[in-house]
Write a protein that binds this ligand. Structure first.
Ligand SMILES: [Zn+2]
Length: 673
């Protein structure tokens, strides 16, 4: 997952950053003064005032330019102004999701809203658009021309060519959408849903979990709905009621508080799309994406569903058969049984014991293992960065190629009250070669100490894939050429590609080490690989279900019932049905940041596995292939169309064959057993 202020501010309009010759010092020095951990709400407000004042001044000056329009004169100023606003919006959004003080989080949210409002003014400035459109392209290099053309398209999609009254309406709608979206996010991250259970409810849980969750003074076990509590319970608790209790609590986070907020978000986005001449928001947001339209997205979901169906049916039948050995009366597998039954089947049929596997993974070792992998594949070194952070436990790092600083990043990896409760990469500073180093952060929720799930390692690598992409792509002439500008439905490809390495023994053996100091055995990794695809097709059908919800909510007029619509859309794809007690949409954060395009995960998975075919052919740890991938796909960021990045690495167009083949693997392996 990626979090940017831009997706919040101006869903369809994605912009730029950089430095302009005369204004560079002013912008550069103001940007350099940002504080990662503002001391108070007043400090946030003062910072926000300074950025707003300068940005309004720069906007007025850009609008008033006369004479011949040029890249060096106009585009660079635009880039610089955009950079100032988008970096500040991103930094403040991070503050709103991570700061330890609620008052500072509030102030961060308010500032994020103010930055978005100025970004909207910039995106609707006819004068700026006219200046950019007047730049002659004859002598402009290809990637700069691509950046310019993309900005002009985004301007048109934002409604710059409408009359002043309509543009004022658009600006007001964008402002509301930003505010409501931030409220939606805050309600999720500040949700305090908790579960109280009798000690007997934890039958089946690993000893380390029991040790970390002793009964309180009242004799009860108190669990949160943070991932380190929820995932192990779903995977190991033997009593179905326990799993159901925590699953139900988890699927009702931010409900009902977010119901009205989400309805408002969907309504205002629909109104915006209609005002811009589109039938619905899904059509507007997909217009500039690889997929092009909601209709094509729908076709894609159905294609993947078809490819997954046989394996999903076979896997679900195996889960049900296993469940019937526990409860002969069972007629279906419920959502809260899947993870537990999956673990049983893997243990009994594939000899993979999840409780044993997790003993090999701890957060610190996994982090070191990922750093080593980055070195082995891409030749870059991670070194500690001494700098202030925003909470205890947050760490800071620098990425180097030899002596060249590539980027900096923060890792905020474990739960904390009031903190963002999913896993995502947050942009902090867009890079411009020779001027500013890219800075990024991962905000995740892994157990701080003790064992972690293999799935957590996958998530960590996934987010690290986004992080590397943001740092490697931040070395171009303009920030408008960075990762932010890339077509949004490609963005989950580099992250999902990197997940492949969690199945590689040579990678795992270096950091998967149990408390006795033993590396994970090759035989265990081989068994994990044999079991790997069991349940995968069903997992993807769930992803298709979420995609259908995201697409469906934004493809129709507002005023529908969120809960029943959610069930209809999700259950069309998932064989494991969502019941009426679940209101998962209320905490489905992507419905703000990704709006209609959650299909991005499945779409990008197809691309990731296609890209991976070259690694498979050369050897997964072949540095030459990895470096070629870094150059062809990661470093260009958003300076080229996504299909071209794929073509340059693979020497051909992308296709979904590798994904379809993988979805069929479970059936083939089951048959071969
Ligand atoms: Zn992601």
């Amino acid at each position: 997952m990626r979090k940017t202020a831009l997706t919040i501010a101006l869903a369809g309009w994605i912009g730029c950053t950089g430095a302009a010759p005369p204004a560079a010092d002013e912008v550069g020095s103001l940007l350099a003064g940002y504080q990662i951990n503002p001391v108070s709400a007043d400090a946030v407000g003062a910072r926000c005032d300074a950025v707003e004042t300068l940005s309004k001044k720069l906007l007025t000056s850009l609008e008033g330019r006369t004479g011949a329009a040029t890249i060096a004169g106009d585009y660079q100023r635009f880039d610089s102004l955009y950079n100032l606003l988008s970096d500040t919006a991103g930094q403040m959004y991070l503050v709103s999701q991570t700061n330890v003080a609620a008052s500072v989080r509030d102030a961060g949210q308010k500032c994020s809203e103010r930055m978005s409002a100025v970004l909207t003014d910039l995106s609707l400035s006819r004068a700026v658009y006219d200046r950019l459109a007047a730049i002659p392209k004859a002598d402009v290099d290809e990637s700069t021309r691509f950046a310019l053309d993309k900005q002009l398209l985004d301007y048109r999609l934002a409604g710059v060519d409408r009359d002043a009254a309509t543009r004022a309406q658009i600006a007001q709608l964008n402002k509301t959408i930003t505010e409501v979206g931030l409220e939606f996010d805050r309600n999720i991250s500040e949700d305090k849903t908790a579960v109280t259970l009798g000690p007997e409810a934890l039958t089946g849980m690993p000893q380390d979990f029991l040790d970390a969750h002793k009964p309180g003074a009242d004799g009860k076990i108190h669990l949160t709905t943070a991932y380190p509590d929820v995932f192990p319970v779903l995977g190991f608790a033997a009593k179905p009621e326990t799993r159901k209790t925590i699953y139900t609590a988890f699927m009702n986070r931010a409900h009902p508080v977010n119901d009205a907020v989400l309805t408002r978000l969907i309504t205002e986005r629909h109104n915006l799309a209609r005002l811009l001449g589109f039938p619905n928001y899904a059509t507007l947001i997909t217009k500039s994406k690889m997929i092009g339209s909601p209709e094509r997205a729908q076709v894609f979901l159905d294609e993947v569903n078809g490819a997954a169906m046989e394996a999903a049916r076979a896997d679900t039948a195996r889960l049900l058969a296993r469940y019937q050995r526990i409860n002969p009366a069972a007629t279906e597998v419920r959502a809260w049984d899947v993870s537990y039954l999956n673990n049983l089947v893997r243990k009994e049929d594939y000899d993979v014991d999840a409780a044993l596997v997790r003993q090999y993974f701890t957060l610190d070792r996994t982090r070191e293992g990922i750093f080593r992998l980055v070195h082995d594949l891409f030749g870059s070194d991670v070194r500690a960065w001494t700098t202030p952070v925003w909470a205890p436990g947050v760490t800071a790092w620098e990425l180097y190629d030899g002596q060249k600083l590539i980027g900096r990043f923060y890792l905020d990896l474990s739960p904390r009250e009031g903190k963002f409760n999913h896993a995502a990469q947050f942009g902090i500073q867009a890079g411009v070669e020779g001027q500013r180093t890219p800075i990024s952060a991962l905000v995740c929720n892994f157990p701080a100490t003790g064992p972690m799930e293999h799935g957590d390692v996958t998530t960590f690598l996934h987010e690290f894939g986004h992080l590397l992409h943001s740092l490697y792509s931040g070395h171009q002439r303009f920030a408008t050429q960075g990762m932010e500008q890339l077509q949004g439905d490609f963005i989950e490809a580099p992250s999902q590609l990197l997940q492949e390495w969690v199945w590689d023994y040579d990678t795992l053996k270096a950091f998967a080490i149990n408390p006795a100091g033993e590396s994970i055995p090759a035989t265990l990794v081989a068994k994990m690989n044999a079991a790997r695809h069991f349940g995968e097709a069903g997992g993807w059908q769930q992803q298709l279900g979420f995609s259908a919800v995201s697409l469906g909510y934004y493809s129709r007029g507002p005023g529908f019932d969120l809960a029943s619509s959610y069930r209809d859309l999700f259950n069309r794809y998932s064989l494991i049905k969502m019941g009426p007690d679940m209101h998962m949409y209320a905490a489905f954060g992507h419905l703000n940041g990704y709006s209609a395009i959650y299909y991005t995960y499945a779409w990008s998975k197809g691309i990731a596995l296609d890209l991976f075919t070259r690694f498979k052919a050369a050897g997964i740890r072949d540095p030459a292939t990895a470096v070629a991938y870094r150059h062809a796909v990661l470093e260009p960021g958003g300076s080229k169309p996504a299909h071209q990045l794929i073509h340059e690495f693979l020497g051909r167009d992308a296709n979904t064959k590798a994904f379809r083949d993988e979805l069929a693997l479970s059936v083939q392996r089951a048959a071969a057993r």
